[in-house]
Ligand binder design. Sequence first.
Ligand code: FO1
Length: 317
Amino acid sequence: MSNHVLALAGGVGGAKLALGLSRILPPDQLTIVVNTGDDDVFHGLHVSPDLDTVMYTLAGLSNREQGWGLEGETFSAMDRLEVLGGETWFRLGDSDLATHLRRTQLLRQGFTLAQATSELCARLGVAVRITPMTNAPVRTQVETEDGVLPFQEYFVHRRCEPRVRSIRFKGAGTAEPAPSFSDALDRATIIVFCPSNPFVSIDPILAIPGVRRRIENAGAARIAVTPIIGGRAVKGPVGKMLTELGHDSSSTAVATHYRGLCDIFALDEADAAAAPEIEALGMRAVVAATLMLDDASKIALARRVLDVARPDAVNAR
Ligand code: FO1
């Protein structure tokens, strides 16, 4: 059986490890499945933030400082929209708008989201397969102390401030995995849970009917990389969400969330002392340099992940 790596990813953290993997593996040996629970329609345009973060990162176009959007972006359209009385809290850059316009056109012509993504990737020179978790509309909703908020309303407009009570994925119950995701689940010899938010980036993927069971029963080596370093999120609200949902803000809490789904958990050097707690969950703990500040560290972490997850290294499970 030839090697195939299936990476499950959200936005920024997922995109960084995906870049590392894409620099090591031939394109036909890697599928990156991306959360679409963050998708929404703004000004009539279908926006897929996590798909675009991964796509722009692999195309070498991403705004590295910001994590999302395009490098060197301008916001004239948003400025003009503001003058005209439109809503501008979700900042769509002038060049980024072209992506959403084109995606929306393709969807209206009958392309599935996966087909539209392949077309955009091909145009941007991305050879690796990037696929949405599903072609169906799934929308993450955050139940907070201030009521139920659509994901981007919670994340961007309300800056993750309201306390989270629970998270749901509207539409997930009747969705199916995108065909390229399903195919990768069949073929995968290694499944990588990227260092993305487990609650709002990975859980929506696992909420697609059949996906959790197929990963639980997969013959592949399954490895998760922590999004927490030294008790704090590398980026985003995962630490805050962990505590608001009644857990510690720790790698061990993330590993506990992935119990039954992963064989190996990669935690950061800063948290090496937690390795025995993670092993007590029935996973192999691997201590790694998980902070990815430049391309060299992304590639080094990807190499480490592939090394420890080699099927022959975990066949004993
Ligand atoms: N994040 C922000 O914090 N503010 C924004 O105005 C914003 C706009 C935006 C536009 C297009 C896009 O693809 C992503 C955008 N993001 C923005 C990022 C996005 O909200 C989140 O990073 C993800 O949904 C979480 O992974």
